[in-house]
Design a protein around this ligand. Sequence first.
Ligand code: SF4
Length: 357
Amino acid sequence: MGNKILLHTCCAPCSGAIIEYMLKNGMEPTIYYCNPNIYPFEEYLVRKNECTRYAQSLGLQIVDADWNHESWRTCVKGMENEPERGVRCLECFRMRLLSAARYAHENGFTVFTSTLDSSRWKRHDQIVEAGQWAAAQFPGLKFDDRNWRQGGLQERRGQIVKEQNFYNQRYCGCEFSMQILKDDKKMTRQRIRMLIAAMTAERKLEQSDAIWKRFEETELFKNATGILIYWSMPDEVQTPAFIDRWAGKKNFYLPSIQDDDLVVKRYTGQSGLVDGAQFGIPEPDGPRVTDLSHIGLVIVPGRAFDREGHRLGRGRGFYDRLLPQLAHAVKAGVCFDCQILPAVPVEDNDIKMDVII
Ligand code: SF4
């Protein structure tokens, strides 16, 4: 039991080389996953799932310390605008390492350490300060403060990321560190696809319900009569319950794919839907509507949006070709929280949304 060590783990890429080193050098790591700083929740799930997959492949125990982002926000209150590697990061390390220290103390560990040190985003001196402070709260506990980037571990880190095909995050973790995201369209779509895949069907329905309830309270929705919406795919904000709730009071229209374009058709109820020829997405079986002047509101799905109203679609350009025909209508983008980014990669001809629901 002398070589037992608790390893606070921030993510799989930062853990690989350290775990390998420990196993080769007679240590017995238990993985402690405590990262309430990560935002949004789906990003947290993706990172945790990668750690779990790796730990289990090596037969290591992983302890899930759960995600309480609200308490993390309270912990860094007043430091939101601090730069990365500043005092907010020190507080963030203290909170996570204190949790690890407590678990170590309560579960018979005398030493703990963290993979935080392996990341180029972090300051070694801050991690040492936070780790030693956390250890000092519990008698007999020691923080192993070695620099885990040295001794070839930094190079090995990169190799293991490739070997294991780890999800390699693009920002440190919290919402404030997302500002540095400068992904291109392809990378953004890949990342969003993983985040949505981490959501359960129940969570998607819950979030969809909350989105529509909020939207129903707006003047925009209350005043709208003709609404072009979409019939949702499993990875989109879910629309069927919302459409059915309002179908008797509003005139809904749905897109229908014809060759490379979307055309508009009137929604007459679920019994009037047929599976679309290209993707199997339900669409009305009736005639195409060519006079779009009655449509005052367009609800547009997307892969990602930013607060400026920029939209990133799936890459087929369907809405880019349809929306110019609806220049008179208000365009409302709709997405899950995890699809809202600080900035979306855009081009000059991309059409901005007037509002994000
Ligand atoms: S930038 Fe990283 S270390 Fe700093 S507060 Fe955010 S998540 Fe924590």
